[in-house]
Ligand binder design. Structure first.
Ligand code: FPP
Length: 262
């Protein structure tokens, strides 16, 4: 996947095309994680029930998954439902779960066709059995795919994930000297995947909201005022061009010492 694959789906002469042409495909983020926020505000601005914001957000999910796969990202993680979201009204929770199931039914073929490997991360035992079964079926069906990993974070909490990993270490009888950062990372839900290089948050909030707390240690953060239902390929392309302007130092000295030596 590369520039031609992105150009195949963006309107010729559009801002999307100009952005796609600015991307350096040799320096793509390996993993992009997204906090999809602002569905409620999008609906409220239109005097619609909150669930209509979630419904509209499905189109943004489709566009983001397709563009990410065409770009050639290794991993895309979308934050669909946090452990804190269980506190929302029952009607909203069940509407979100049915939207998710409907999305899977509608998109499974596309995921298969595009060689996308689907995974779910989070405390899945809290989900209703029928939701869990449907998710598991999609995970199994796409398990042999070798293209982009698409993670949906569902009933997910970063602190809960770290606690789960610590419990797993105890269960496996690991001794303190056997535990280091690499091995602890291998106990997380994202085991085997690179950490996010780029974290996107929509709707302007400056929070990480308990999302991938361990994994985002060195992620570049890009926040857009755009509400999730309005998020499209061009926003993702813009985020990547901004990411490619950043100087990632991982706590070391600048790779561009101009200024540092002045
Ligand atoms: C945040 O908006 C969004 C969510 C809690 C849910 C996101 C879910 C979807 C887009 C649909 C299903 C997902 C997939 C992957 C198929 P909010 O309700 O917190 O908005 P607000 O901050 O404006 O109230």
């Amino acid at each position: 996947m590369a520039l031609v694959d992105v150009l195949a789906v963006v309107p010729p002469g559009s801002a999307d095309e100009a952005l796609a042409r600015k991307i350096d495909f040799d320096r793509l983020p390996r993993h992009v994680a997204v906090i999809m926020d602002g569905n409620g505000r999008w609906a409220a601005a239109r005097h619609l029930p909150r669930v209509e914001g979630h419904r509209a957000g499905i189109e943004s999910v489709r566009d983001t998954v397709e563009t990410s796969a065409r770009l050639g990202l290794e991993v895309l993680t979308l934050y669909a439902f946090s452990v804190e979201n269980w506190k929302r009204p029952e009607t909203e929770v069940s509407a979100l779960m049915s939207l998710l199931r409907r999305y899977l039914r509608a998109e499974l073929k596309t995921l298969l066709k595009n060689n996308i490997r689907f995974q779910v991360i989070g405390q899945l035992d809290r989900l209703a059995p029928k939701v869990r079964e449907e998710l598991q079926a999609a995970v199994t069906r796409t398990a042999i795919n070798t293209g982009m990993h698409f993670n949906i974070a569902l009933s997910y909490g970063g602190r809960a994930e770290i606690v789960d990993a610590a419990r797993e270490a105890v269960r496996r009888g690991l001794r303190p000297e056997q535990i280091d950062e690499d091995m602890f990372g291998a106990l997380l839900y994202t085991a085997g995947q690179p950490d996010p290089d780029l974290l996107i948050r929509t709707s302007g909030e400056m929070r990480v909201s308990n999302f991938l707390l361990w994994q985002i240690a060195y992620a570049e953060i890009w926040v857009t005022e755009t509400l999730w239902p309005d998020f499209r390929a061009r926003h993702l392309l813009k985020a990547i061009t901004e990411y490619q302007k950043r100087d990632r130092r991982y706590g070391a000295v600048s790779s561009d010492p101009v200024g540092a030596l002045k």
